[in-house]
Unconditional design. Structure first.
Length: 278
């Protein structure tokens, strides 16, 4: 069972619930789309799945149909009781909490490895994914639906127009790719932006191990802080001419030309005292 557009409207109407723009509430109301997402997630019996922003549970139910053990997180206190009534009979655990502030170590304590599958609110998608990659290693894989521009940044490679600091962050911890596109028409209410599915698989070992990640990301932020400038200018006082030479990086290069390994070589000889605070 999954929810159609009419069923979602029928659930919301009796309680007079209006969906919140501030919470980025755009629910997928097409059964074929949620089953496609569950299929692309490649989960089934024995897998532990965490879903963020479950809403009324259309994707939740599709994930439960696979036989995976599903925990659904929903921040909206108005929707949580409706969600529980719909998905708990299917064996889903519902947690009413804010994914940006909840205790992830406690929530995921039941298993060493989890898969995140979610239709993420556009306003929190990028910082949430970055935080989970940084600090929640038990999430081994993600399949997330996000705004097209955000998804392209997450999965971008050096030289791509969308490549930026968050692309390097993802590359440090994982391998990412755009797994598909999602039409606006499958949402209620229909958003004004296009969406994509992004697949993220955590690396067994981070791409760069020669420096602490905090230093690596500080150098990356400094470089992309002035992305139109050559690195010798944006990293002035942080990376010396000798450091560029040792790292095998041209001082005239732009930040979007460097892969995560090149950033790691620069960070290895950077002057951390000259880096701006995070």
């Amino acid at each position: 069972m999954t929810l159609s557009r009419r069923e979602v409207l029928d659930l919301l109407r009796p309680d007079g619930i209006r969906l919140s723009k501030a919470l980025g509430q755009n629910f997928v109301v097409d059964p074929n789309t949620v089953r496609r997402i569950a299929r692309l997630a490649e989960v089934g019996p024995g897998d532990r799945v965490i879903e963020i922003g479950a809403g009324l549970g259309s994707l939740t139910l599709a994930l439960a149909e696979t036989g995976a053990a599903v925990t659904a997180v929903e921040v909206d206190k108005r929707l949580a009781p409706l969600l529980r009534g719909l998905v708990e009979p299917a064996g889903v655990t519902v947690v009413q909490d804010d994914a940006m502030t909840l205790d992830w170590s406690a929530l995921l304590a039941d298993g060493p490895s989890w898969v995140l599958v979610a239709n993420l609110p556009y306003n929190v998608a990028t910082p949430l994914i970055a935080d989970l990659l940084d600090s929640v290693p038990s999430i081994a894989r993600m399949l997330v639906m996000v705004q097209k521009e955000a998804g392209e940044r997450l999965a971008a490679s050096p030289g791509d127009d969308a490549y930026g600091a968050v692309s390097v962050k993802v590359a440090q911890w994982a391998q990412a790719s755009v797994a598909g596109r999602v039409a606006r028409s499958v949402f209620f209410p229909e958003p004004k932006v296009d969406s994509v599915l992004v697949s993220i698989t955590r690396r067994d070992v981070p791409a760069v191990t020669s420096v602490p990640p905090e230093l690596l990301f500080a150098v990356v932020r400094a470089g992309f802080g002035q992305r139109r400038k050559m690195l010798r200018r944006s990293l002035a006082g942080v990376v010396s001419q000798a450091c560029f030479e040792a790292a095998g990086v041209r001082p005239e290069a732009r930040p979007e030309e460097l892969d995560v390994h090149a950033w790691g070589r620069l960070a290895a000889c950077a002057t951390s005292s000259e880096l701006p605070p995070s």
